[in-house]
Design a protein around this ligand. Structure first.
Ligand code: MTE
Length: 299
């Protein structure tokens, strides 16, 4: 697959080679899928993946509770198989797509991405997954479509958090079609070559690395193509604090805190507060999507 974005980070620079090869063999063997290692983003000096433990123990997944430790505690109860995704709206082939059918048609890659939460913390995550564009191609996007809407499962018997009206369930997110089709935009199925932990959005979640983490909606059961900008969960909850675009931008502060810096999670040499990068370090790849737009208005 042709890479159409900056790739300055080589996977061998961030992970011991033996571990990496072993992981590829495991993945390829277990799933019978093609696996291509891809690492993108800013320079290797800065990017070092957080540990599996960091990534899976500090989570936002309000369907399981609002504390960071709630999802790791409660998401184990989530039944992730069987799983299907309804794809509807402005597509040629609407329907319920079984996850295993989707996966049998996708190429699973590893992508090491920065992940920046709107709460001003960040991680680096080695995701496994495929490009959203490839999934949309399966369903056949019609020329009238301008936006993609995503919905998370709501299953009160397995999700203790949905009893509380913290958000208007189901959790809904959306992208403009060109953002959704961008090669950086992926559907993740795993981290570190293992199935996605439930608390991180198993079995299938969105990852949009240049946007605040809340755009990266978890445990997706529905994808709808539409011609109208959708109402999204956090925007509905507080429109003055959470915009539709939510591109990472150190120049546009959250009304209650600065977005100029971020706290990198995980210990070690690089722990601490660092400057936040415009578009989370993916400016070269995505800035052209927003040419002529005032990013202060369209925050
Ligand atoms: N998706 C759903 N369905 N529910 C959520 O509460 N939280 C979002 C996003 N996706 C959330 C969600 C937020 S605020 C962030 S920062 C990321 O998931 C956190 O992803 P992680 O827990 O895998 O780091």
């Amino acid at each position: 697959m042709a890479m159409r974005w900056t790739n300055t980070l080589k996977d061998r620079e961030v992970t011991d080679e033996a571990t990496f090869l072993n992981r590829r063999q495991l993945m390829a063997g277990a799933a019978g899928l093609g696996l291509v290692g891809v690492a993108t983003g800013a320079s290797a000096e800065e990017l070092k993946p957080n540990s599996f433990e960091d990534i899976s123990n500090y989570c936002n997944f309000y369907e399981f509770g609002t504390a960071k430790e709630d999802p790791p505690k409660y998401a184990g109860a989530l039944t992730t198989s069987p799983w299907s995704v309804k794809i509807d709206g402005m597509v040629d082939s609407p329907g319920d797509y079984a996850l295993e059918d989707i996966l049998s048609k996708m190429t699973i890659e590893e992508r090491i991405y920065r992940f920046r939460c709107v709460e001003a913390w960040s991680m680096v995550v080695p995701w496994n997954g495929f490009e959203l564009a490839d999934l949309l191609a399966l369903a056949g996007v019609q020329s009238s479509a301008k936006y993609v809407v995503f919905e998370t499962l709501v299953r009160p018997e397995e999700m203790p958090g949905v009893k509380y009206p913290v958000l208007d369930w189901p959790y809904v997110e959306g992208l403009r079609l060109d953002e959704a089709m961008h090669p950086l935009t992926m559907m993740a199925t795993g981290i570190y070559g293992k199935d996605l932990p439930n608390q991180n959005g198993a079995p299938l979640r969105l990852v949009v690395p240049w946007k605040y983490g809340f755009k990266s909606i978890k445990s997706i059961v529905r994808i709808t193509l539409t011609d109208k900008e959708p109402a999204t969960s956090w925007n509905k909850a507080n429109a003055s604090e959470y915009g539709f675009y939510s591109n990472v931008n150190p120049e546009v502060n959250h009304p209650r805190w600065s977005q100029a810096t971020e706290r990198q999670l995980g210990g070690g040499l690089f722990a601490g507060r660092v400057p936040t990068l415009k578009f989370n370090g993916y400016e070269e790849d995505v800035a052209s999507l927003y040419t002529g737009m005032d990013l202060k208005t369209h925050f």
